[in-house]
Design a protein around this ligand. Structure first.
Ligand code: MEV
Length: 303
């Protein structure tokens, strides 16, 4: 029957700031989610999956309520900053587009997925669903609710390998982390705007690095970005301690995604000049390193 898959995502730079119209730098990840429509599958899926499917059908103007169930198989860790909810929204939007017998249209899939994502937190930037839909590497900016602009990026071949370590599933949802930042923004506008401006500088430096325009220090940018995210209050003490351990071993580390305040903060993006030494360290400390490659294909129809 109908089967689609969509990738997970990594935010290289710009999380949280992107909600306020600052740019974000994104890459799709090799871990994917598959969603298959079945005629008689059992409905074991989460209520969010059911919501996403119904909303997608409505937005793609499917009139008759189809008698389908779906099966979800995913390698993307849930609620850890790797885009599992965006991936689900994009898969459901794609399936509904197929049920509506429309042509495969990425712009439309993305527009509907963005509306589904609003359930997760009222005002998403739209960056997560866009990278999951289009795949590859993207520079993304939400100018206004109706105007979201992005460009595909082709990184230089010599881009160093980046690693992903799981700091633990946050106890807060993305929505909770976004409102936490919103409260801080409302209370301390100047301070938070200053942090966002500096995050934008990080994003641009990283962009120029990825495009091979500047040979700035990748490690320095990542570490500076992490300190700014700590100032925003989206990194737990537990994660800060883990990051400081990794930094002592020579790594540069930042959270990637919404973060987490009380326990884990989701996935960490890690760069090390000497990947072998990082791997040995991770092994000796029994850290949870997730093997992914970046810049993979966006949503696609599976056979
Ligand atoms: C979550 O993956 C990224 C955030 O910037 C929220 C958003 O962009 O909507 C925290």
């Amino acid at each position: 029957m109908n089967k689609v898959s969509a990738p997970g995502k990594i935010i290289l730079s710009g999380e949280h700031a992107v909600v306020y119209g600052y740019p974000g730098l994104y890459a799709s990840a090799s871990l994917r989610m598959n969603v298959e429509l079945t005629k008689n599958g059992n409905r074991l899926s989460s209520s969010y999956a059911n919501y996403a499917f119904k909303k997608a059908l409505k937005m793609h103007k499917v009139k008759a309520k189809p008698d389908y169930s779906f099966q979800i198989k995913s390698k993307i860790p849930i609620g850890s900053g790797m885009g599992s909810s965006a991936s689900l929204a994009v898969c459901m939007s794609t399936l509904a587009q197929r049920i509506a017998k429309k042509k495969f249209d990425l712009e439309e899939i993305n527009r509907v997925a963005y509306e589904i994502e609003k359930k997760q937190h009222g005002k998403p930037s739209g960056g997560d669903n866009t990278i999951v839909t289009f795949g590859g590497y993207l520079w993304y900016r939400k100018e206004s609710e109706k105007l979201k602009v992005f460009s595909k990026i082709t990184p230089v071949k010599a881009l160093p390998k980046l690693f992903i370590i799981n700091s633990g599933t946050p106890s807060e949802s993305t929505g909770e982390m976004v409102s936490l930042v919103r409260d801080k923004y409302n209370k301390n506008l100047d301070e938070v705007v200053d942090i966002f401006n500096q995050i934008e500088i990080c994003s641009k430096s990283l962009l120029k690095n990825i495009l091979g325009e500047e040979k700035n220090d990748l490690g320095e940018i990542i570490t500076f970005n992490q300190r700014l995210l700590e100032q925003l209050g989206v990194v737990s003490l537990q994660t800060k301690n883990l990051i400081s351990l990794l930094e002592k071993n020579g790594a540069s580390v930042k959270i990637s995604g919404a973060g987490g305040k009380t326990q884990g903060s989701g996935i960490l993006l890690v760069y090390h000049k000497d990947p072998k030494s990082l791997k040995n360290f991770v092994k000796s400390k029994k850290l949870d390193m997730i093997s992914v490659s970046l810049g993979k294909k966006g949503v696609k129809i599976e056979k």
